[in-house]
Design a protein around this ligand. Structure first.
Ligand SMILES: [Ca+2]
Ligand SMILES: [Ca+2]
Length: 104
């Protein structure tokens, strides 16, 4: 929900979506995050009829996942598998920045 809300304001057109670091390029249908951890199948947000590994535009299929719906979604189902060759913006995760504690 946090990401979906953040992206709404950043999307200018409907194709202006964001890679989330999830792929099935190693084995079709086996979804892994970029750190190698598997997708928790009970915690997915696929849009209707996705993932479909659609091959009409690219015979290799669709092995990368992007998210976002301009204007938002009511059910958070905003993940789409897409050809990895399509340029998109990306969401990156980084460690929490912590500041040293000061004792007084
Ligand atoms: Ca695929
Ligand atoms: Ca797709």
């Amino acid at each position: 929900m946090f990401l979906e809300i953040k992206l709404r304001d950043l999307m200018e057109v409907s194709e202006d979506k964001f890679w989330i670091g999830l792929t099935d390029s190693g084995k079709e249908g086996r979804w892994l995050w970029v750190d190698g951890s598997p997708l928790h199948e009970r915690l997915t947000f696929w849009s209707n009829n996705e993932p479909d590994n659609w091959i009409a535009l690219n015979p290799v299929g669709e092995d990368c996942v992007r998210m976002g719906e301009r204007g938002g979604t009511h059910d958070l189902k905003c993940w789409f598998d897409q050809s990895c060759d399509v340029p998109q913006k990306s969401i990156c995760e980084k460690a929490t920045r912590t500041s040293p504690r000061v004792c007084s």
